[in-house]
Design a protein around this ligand. Structure first.
Ligand code: UT7
Length: 326
């Protein structure tokens, strides 16, 4: 039976680290509040002028090297991002050029923090459908460029980075066992950047008032996130016939430790099976899951046959889940 296997991973985090204490100088917040309410201690921040394509290309190259796959073997590139280099062309096309890849499809998807799992579902359909053999899925974000560093509601939560995975057709029984995606566009205003798209073009006249940075109703999102995690995990498990007790690792989108703890409690998974890195990287949206996955690989936490349940939620609203046999 044909399956989609993750054969290589990579990540790229900017060198610059911004701690909670650094943020205390910019806004009315405290290290203690941020740690207690979110679990975040620090985040990485890209230099001005850095695009997600810059971080994404490095992560993708590392994933290709880890997989032992040459750029010429890549059939399709999916870049999940909500902070694209440009409105168009797609960041995936920019990355294709940076990676020296020719003769591949390339497109972006905007599913916010669920972007990587949306990308995984698309790649899985391409590979199992037989039209593509090798697909690169990259989550890449430079969210700090889209934050108002005087707004403590949002600026404390996000960081920059990229994670990538090389996916390939496999016949050994390993790979993606299920994927699940869902969305609720009626709640789009809970987390968004209203201005800068075509609906609200930024002009010299409105530039001072236009909402060009992330706005969020944190409490509303928190409640939705806990429910979304529950649905995503259940729907990812269902088609596999597996139970939560069967899984080796739960890899959640790294948004808030309290949200993850609620989800884990509902799922009934012991905390030692949950992978967390949000203390070090904060919420990197579409890059969150592939960055964590690459860390797990580097730490030799994933072994053949391990069952990994992934789940995410984010702006859109979107939410998603996936079960993978490593
Ligand atoms: O990928 C999806 C991305 N977004 C999320 O996952 C966000 C989901 N939501 C959350 O993570 C939480 O709602 C937050 C971390 C954003 C906020 O935590 P909370 O426990 O829901 O706090 P709150 O908004 O209810 O605020 C509690 C208090 C308020 O003060 P008062 O009204 O009680 O006096 C806030 O003004 O904390 C205050 N506050 C802060 N204080 C210090 C809010 N932000 C901060 C801050 N530092 N950064």
């Amino acid at each position: 039976m044909i399956r989609t296997r993750i054969i290589g991973t990579g990540r790229c985090l900017p060198d610059k680290v911004v701690t909670n204490t650094d943020l205390e100088h910019l806004m009315d917040t405290s290290d203690e509040w941020i740690r207690q309410r979110t679990g975040i201690v620090q985040r990485h921040m890209a230099e001005p002028g850095t695009g997600p394509s810059d971080l994404g290309a490095v992560a993708a190259k590392r994933a290709l090297d880890a997989a032992g796959v040459s750029p010429s073997e890549v059939d399709f590139i999916i870049c999940a991002t909500i902070t694209p280099d440009y409105l168009f062309p797609a960041t995936a096309c920019v990355m294709q050029h940076k990676l020296g890849i020719k003769n591949s499809g390339a497109m972006d998807i905007n599913a916010a923090c669920s972007g990587f799992l949306y990308g995984l579902q698309i790649a899985d359909a391409f590979i199992r459908g037989g039209t593509h053999r090798t697909v690169l899925v990259v989550g890449a974000e430079v969210l700090t460029a889209r934050l108002d560093f005087t707004n403590r509601n949002t600026a404390i939560l996000f960081g920059d980075g990229s994670g990538a995975a090389v996916l390939r057709a496999d016949f050994t029984g390993r790979g993606v066992l299920s994927t699940y995606t869902n969305a609720d566009g009626s709640a789009g205003d809970i987390l968004c950047i209203p201005a800068g798209g075509t609906k609200q073009i930024i002009t010299p006249d409105n530039v001072n008032e236009a909402e060009m940075t992330v706005i969020m109703d944190g409490r509303a999102l928190y409640k939705r996130a806990v429910l979304a995690f529950g649905e995503a995990t259940q729907k990812a498990l269902e088609p596999t016939g597996l139970k939560a007790s069967d899984i080796t690792w739960f890899l959640p989108h790294q948004a808030n430790q309290r949200i993850i703890e609620s989800a884990v409690e509902r799922l009934g998974v012991p905390s030692e099976k949950v992978y967390l890195n949000l203390d070090r990287v904060a919420n990197t949206s579409a890059a969150s899951i592939p960055i964590a996955l690459d860390e797990m690989v580097e730490r030799d936490l994933l072994h053949e046959g391990d069952l990994v349940l992934m789940a995410s939620f984010g702006a859109g609203l979107t939410w998603a889940g996936a079960m993978v046999r490593w």
